[in-house]
Design a protein around this ligand. Structure first.
Ligand SMILES: Cc1cc2nc3c(=O)[nH]c(=O)nc-3n(C[C@H](O)[C@H](O)[C@H](O)COP(=O)(O)OP(=O)(O)OC[C@H]3O[C@@H](n4cnc5c(N)ncnc54)[C@H](O)[C@@H]3O)c2cc1C
Length: 401
């Protein structure tokens, strides 16, 4: 029997496994279904340069401890640092993100109508905070930003029925007050707290996937690539894969809960919570032409366009050209015209109204069996890779004796 089994070789699993190694624990195995580790953070070479097949991936500068750990696999001098330049294409005008802080970049008539709308938003006139996603967006940002940007954009990303989403995760949105918006229009400068990825790293010579590939190489025979986990048995603390069976004192599971064909020994009430976990899928499609912008990426709320985001590769990846689009699977109409396409079945965990309670029950019960859900899918949270790594490091500190 192994001491640790780790299911899934994305950032969560790779971090946990490397923490074990660094602490001198070698009695473990990481099992990954793909032939290359890295999960959503993998890259491939397309049209002469790296392309991140899980969508645009950048390493935030915000977590120095995490970055110190990651730079031990890929030194800091192998990365470029960028000041974020992301835009929103609002009816043909390319406005910097976040929109509320950059309305001053619009034509005067648009500025007036957006300012009027924000001034009368529920949060600025003392209305109580609503419970439904769509109402919350209107309450926080006003009808105009809701109708022109936030609602169409979120429908494109998360699906038509936004009312299944909760509001508990929306505190993550950039918080720009009406006063900040007004001040920015008067002085022609953004006023707002910095959003995530305000400064970020991207590798000089490689795609983001290189970091995780290197982390997997260090693991040697402790990692099995190209092996798919099928079932988990909580009573025996064992798993069945397409190649064999394994048992361990502790199991760290980072794959989507619904990937398990059977959750043996899990009570029906907890299985019912697993059924409630929903996700969306994203197709990444590459095109070879250059885009006429300095932006690293651009958001497209226009419902007429299938994709919701364009990543301008030539603006963050050295010596590259072209761009890629990101499109919700339900909006991919036919085989695209791009030079390359990749479908990420598991891209975004959906923050539905029921999710918070469901995942808490699942994780609490699993912990009693020494099975630990970890990462974007193990915890079913919109974690970015830096936060995923931090949480893996913390779990490792807690449970490695
Ligand atoms: C479009 C998009 C853009 C993003 N942009 C950023 C960004 O700019 N910066 C950032 O830091 N983060 C970004 N993220 C988030 C980032 O992708 C995640 O934080 C990170 O990948 C989470 O790592 P993980 O290991 O938890 O999950 P994953 O990366 O999903 O890894 C899970 C692993 O489990 C494996 N697996 C699944 N099923 C099985 C099975 N049955 N058996 C064995 N293995 C299995 C998968 O192959 C995969 O390798 C973005 C995500 C998306 C979708």
């Amino acid at each position: 029997m192994l001491n640790f089994l780790i299911i899934g070789g994305g950032p969560a699993g790779l971090t946990f496994a490397n923490m074990l190694k660094q602490k001198g624990e070698n009695d473990f195995l990481l099992i990954e279904k793909e032939n290359v580790a890295g999960g959503l953070c993998r890259s491939v070479d397309v049209d002469g340069s790296p392309l991140d097949i899980g969508g645009g991936h950048f390493l935030d500068v915000r977590r120095p401890e995490v970055n110190k750990f990651l730079f031990s696999f890929m030194p800091e001098n192998e990365w470029n640092v960028f000041e974020r330049d992301s835009r929103i294409n609002i009816r043909g005008q390319l406005i910097h993100h976040p929109l509320e802080a950059n309305i001053w970049e619009m034509d005067i008539e648009s500025q007036i109508s957006y300012l009027k709308s924000i001034a009368s938003a529920g949060c600025n006139v003392g209305s109580p905070k609503p419970d439904r996603f769509t109402d919350w967006i209107r309450w926080k940002l006003g009808d105009k930003i809701a109708d022109d940007y936030m609602l169409p954009y979120n429908r494109k990303m998360f699906g038509k029925n936004l009312d299944i989403l909760g509001t508990y995760w929306l505190e993550k949105l950039p918080d720009v007050s009406f006063e900040d918006t007004l001040r920015s229009c008067l002085v022609h400068k953004a006023y707002a707290k910095q959003p995530g990825h305000a400064r970020f790293y991207y590798p000089k010579k490689y795609g983001y996937g290189e970091l995780w590939r290197r982390m997997s190489l260090v693991l040697g025979s402790n990692i099995r690539l190209g092996e798919s986990v099928i079932d988990i048995d909580f009573d025996n603390r064992s798993i069945r894969t397409d190649k064999g069976e394994y048992q361990a004192q502790n199991i760290i599971t980072t794959i989507p809960w619904k990937m398990y064909k059977e959750l043996k020994g899990m009570p029906d009430s907890i299985k019912a919570q697993v059924d409630k976990l929903l996700h969306t899928s994203v197709c990444v499609e590459y095109f070879g032409e250059n885009q006429d912008t300095t932006a690293h990426w651009v958001y497209y709320p226009d419902p007429e366009l299938a994709y919701h985001r364009v990543l301008v590769r030539s603006n963050f990846c050295n010596n590259s050209k072209g761009y890629w689009t990101e499109t919700n699977k339900d909006r991919v109409l036919s085989k695209g015209d791009g030079l390359f396409a990749y479908m990420n079945e598991y891209a975004y965990p959906l923050n539905t109204i029921e999710k918070k309670e469901a995942i808490t029950e699942i994780l609490d019960w699993c912990k009693t069996k020494r099975v630990y859900g970890l990462g974007r899918w193990g915890e079913h949270e919109h974690y970015n890779s830096d936060l995923t790594v931090e949480l893996s490091m913390r779990l490792a500190e807690k449970i490695i004796k």
